[in-house]
Design a protein around this ligand. Structure first.
Ligand SMILES: [Mn+2]
Length: 319
């Protein structure tokens, strides 16, 4: 289905107070991150970096929402356009506030797209539930229209809405009480990192597919915060939380949705090349490159059986 890939750098740090996430796209490109895309797709359209950086040290919430809204609308339009050309869209962050734009892009293309949110955090905070007021903790709430705060008023009306039944979480382990209440009240499908380890990643993916895509015909968008994976694999990130899923489990998630042939887009966010020593950066780089290895063109939906691992699929292919 997708022979070609669009690579977009979302060079943003506007969703949280630390500097450095805006440098990840250029750092990773410099370190050969594009090679796997060149190898696995017939053509890579590198659209370069879309930048938005903090203009002041402590911007007001209204300023933060304003900048995020304008940035996201532009990014969303670009992503929708790339999807119209039947290209797989990879967005390289940047902090997770950029997902307001990527969600707008995929929802604009397909209002029923299913979102797989891999993260230690649920990112469904509103100004009322978030002590920090960092907007990288709010993209899901913004996309669902849960943010009613005065400072956001009218600013996200342009955004296509995400329905609670169209998203599932994997890897959660640092969820604020107000966020947990949204998840429970809205009945959002969510698997903590601990549940994922206990059930096994295959079972988690099978359950998600059964609930979100019972007919087996939906498109998918994975928004992958690298802090969903354990910090031993991604130490250079802004808000690490111990006890994450493994790198292999992260790759299995991507592989599973690639194998459906219906993965429209993937965001990889929250790598910060200004955090950690040389060893931490090397580890983060290796994990980043390894994580995206399952992405490829021309997948065959019939190879995917939810109850089996990809290794079994390959065996079936040979027999
Ligand atoms: Mn996140």
């Amino acid at each position: 289905m997708h022979n070609e890939c669009s690579l977009i750098g979302a060079a943003v740090d506007i969703g949280q107070p630390k500097e450095g996430t805006e440098l990840a796209p250029s750092w990773l490109r410099m370190k050969g991150f594009r090679d796997v895309f060149e190898k696995n797709f017939s053509k890579v359209h590198d659209l370069g970096d879309f930048s938005a950086i903090k203009k002041e040290t402590n911007p007001s919430l209204k300023t933060k929402f304003n900048q995020l809204s304008r940035y996201s609308q532009n990014l969303g339009e670009v992503i929708s356009q790339e999807l119209e050309k039947n290209r797989f869209v990879f967005t390289l962050g940047g902090d997770h506030s950029l997902a307001v734009g990527t969600l707008a892009g995929t929802l604009g293309h397909d209002p029923n797209v299913k979102i797989i949110w891999v993260d230690a955090h649920a990112d469904i905070n509103t100004p009322e539930t978030s002590p920090s007021h960092n907007t990288h903790g709010m993209p899901v709430a913004l996309a669902m229209g849960l943010v009613k705060h005065e400072d956001a008023k009218g600013q996200f009306d342009w955004m296509p809405r995400l329905r609670p039944e169209n998203i599932a979480y994997i890897g959660l382990r640092d969820v604020d009480p107000g966020e947990q209440k949204f998840i429970d009240d809205l009945g959002i499908l969510a698997f903590t990192a601990e549940e994922t380890k206990k059930l096994g990643i295959e079972k988690v993916l099978e359950t998600i597919l059964k609930n979100l895509d019972p007919e087996g015909e939906s498109n998918f968008h994975i928004s992958f915060d690298v802090d969903g994976i354990d910090p031993q694999f991604f130490p250079s990130t802004g808000t690490p939380v111990a006890g994450g899923i493994s790198l292999e489990e992260g790759k299995t998630i991507i592989e599973s949705f690639v194998s459906t042939g219906r993965l429209l887009a993937l965001d990889m966010v929250e790598v910060n090349p200004l955090l950690g020593n040389a060893q931490a950066l090397q580890k983060t780089l290796e994990s980043s490159i390894s994580l995206v290895e399952p992405l490829r063109a021309n997948t065959s939906p019939e190879l995917w059986t939810p109850s089996h691992s990809t290794t079994v699929d390959e065996t079936q292919l040979k027999s």
